[in-house]
Design a protein around this ligand. Sequence first.
Ligand code: NAP
Length: 291
Amino acid sequence: MQTIGWIGTGQMGELMAMNLLQAGNRLHVYNRTIEKTNSLVEAGAIRASSAKEIVELCDVSFIMLADTNAVKDVLTQEDGILAGTAPGKIIVDMSTISPEDSRAFAQLVSETGGIYLDAPVSGSVGPAKAGQLVILVGGEASAKEVCQPYFDVLGKETIHFGENGKGSAAKLSINLLLAIVGQGVGETVLLAEKAGLERGKVLEMISQSAMNTPLFVGKREMYETEEFPAAFMLKLMAKDLGLIKEQADRLEVDLPLAEAAKNTYMAARECGEGDSDMAAVYLELKRKNTK
Ligand code: NAP
């Protein structure tokens, strides 16, 4: 049996690590804010004092951190991942970062003899808890095969897109669609309201239409109550739209809806909605249209 480790027990990481633990794996855990590993330790995980310790102890180490800066810190700090990697160790980075950064991190890990997979996920806290994520992989096929039993616990589908960076590229593409749909629902609800339509009936109309989606089902109550407790924090979507913009510029592709979504989500973040759910982009649209 392989020894596995988990670094980063935020909203997503805690739920994903818990699934691996409950599937019978021996799991070592580390998080910068140590208390956020308490629930996992109570459930049988073994707490490590650094990312280096995790990687030294484990054959496969998963990372689920906020952004590129967080991954870079945890890789390169004195007691970080690179200080503990060795030939054959597999590092699976499930954070959403840019394809370029994924490739750069893969290179750093390979210089120690280790293997890096970018394996970001599509799906928020509901699918994470239910083990129903979609896992988007870039990197060596043989390492992906080693990780497949773990991916099968975390998700309902694993798609291997090719070499390092391609998992991250896939994640940016799907999150662009997510951002556009999120803003689209917000604009739809706002337009209907401005026309004097009752919000409950508008939401029912969407749910009975071809545009009903698991996303809308999950967020419908937020529009009903105008309360947006975060499943996927708006600031993380704003971060992803920045990465999407960089990727589009690099590839010299003009994406008008991506540009519009970036501006709206970033404005919402500036207006204090960063810690709310991404669906709170509706509040920004409403604010902009208040006379
Ligand atoms: P989160 O709850 O904010 O957790 C972020 C994690 O990153 C925490 O463990 C945090 O540690 C750690 N971190 C941040 N900066 C760090 C640093 N400089 N050094 C060390 N650790 C650092 O975020 P999340 O919702 O779990 O998201 C994690 C990743 O998954 C993000 O890349 C996000 O875009 C992506 N994602 C999220 C969702 C979602 O619905 N939430 C869905 C798909 C993908 P502390 O606890 O010490 O702050």
